[in-house]
Design a protein around this ligand. Structure first.
Ligand code: AMP
Length: 181
C-alpha cells in the first residue's frame, strides 16, 4: 500500500491502459482505463497520486465530469474528505440546473450542474479520466465560472498531448495529468 507519492508506479499504470482502435467510431483510438480500475493496487495508486497533489489545497468539492470522472472523482473526494459534485450531460439532473452549451466537430453538446451544487467562492477541483481536445473540460470550467466556483486545479488521469487540449483551459489554473501519450 503506497504511503507517499514516491511509491506510485506511473509506468505500470500507463502500461495497463488499453488501446481499443475505432471506438466509439472509426479513426478514434480509445484509451480504456478499465484495466487500471480493476486492479486494486493501481486504483489505489491513482487515487493516492491525485490526493498528494491536492491534500494541502483546502479543496471543498471534487467536481467530476460524466462519466469516468465520477469514478475517479468520488474516490478522490472520499480520500480528501470533501464532497463530490457531478457535471452531467443534458437532462440527467433532477433539480434546477445551470447549463453550458459547447461546440462539437458536428453540432453542439450541453452539460449541466445543479444551481445549488456549490456555494459561490467554493474551492473546487475538476477531474476527468482523459483530456483530449479539451472541449468537455473547457465547457466544465465555464459552467463552474457561472456558479462562481474558485477553481483550484484541473486533474486528468490521461492527457493526449498531441491534441493540445490544455490550451483551451484557463491558463491561471493548475492543470495536471498523471499520464501522457
Ligand atoms: P475532449 O472534450 O475532446 O477533451 O474529450 C474528453 C472526453 O471524451 C473525456 O470525458 C474522455 O473520457 C472522452 N474521450 C475523448 N477521447 C478519448 C479517447 N481517445 N479515449 C478515451 N476517452 C476519450
Amino acid at each position: 500500500m503506497p504511503t507517499t507519492q514516491e511509491h506510485i508506479a506511473v509506468d505500470k499504470i500507463k502500461a495497463a491502459i488499453r488501446d481499443i482502435p475505432d471506438f466509439p467510431k472509426p479513426g478514434i483510438l480509445f484509451k480504456d482505463i478499465t484495466p487500471v480500475l480493476k486492479d486494486p493496487v493501481l486504483l489505489n495508486q491513482v487515487v493516492n497520486y491525485f490526493y498528494y497533489q491536492l491534500k494541502d489545497k483546502k479543496v471543498q468539492y471534487v467536481v467530476g465530469i460524466e462519466s469516468r470522472g465520477f469514478i475517479l472523482g468520488s474516490a478522490l473526494a472520499y480520500k480528501l474528505g470533501t464532497g463530490f459534485v457531478p457535471v452531467r450531460k443534458k437532462g440527467k439532473l433532477p433539480g434546477l440546473v445551470e447549463r453550458h452549451e459547447y461546440d462539437l466537430e458536428y453540432g453542439t453538446d450541453t452539460i449541466e450542474m445543479h444551481t445549488d451544487a456549490i456555494e459561490s467562492g467554493s474551492r473546487v477541483v475538476l477531474i476527468d479520466d482523459l483530456l483530449a481536445t479539451g472541449g468537455t473540460a473547457e465547457a466544465s470550467c465555464k459552467l463552474l465560472g457561472k456558479l462562481k466556483a474558485d477553481l483550484v486545479s484541473i486533474m486528468f488521469l490521461v492527457e493526449l498531448e498531441f491534441l493540445h487540449g490544455r490550451q483551451r483551459l484557463p491558463q491561471n489554473v493548475n492543470t495536471h495529468s498523471m499520464i501522457q501519450f
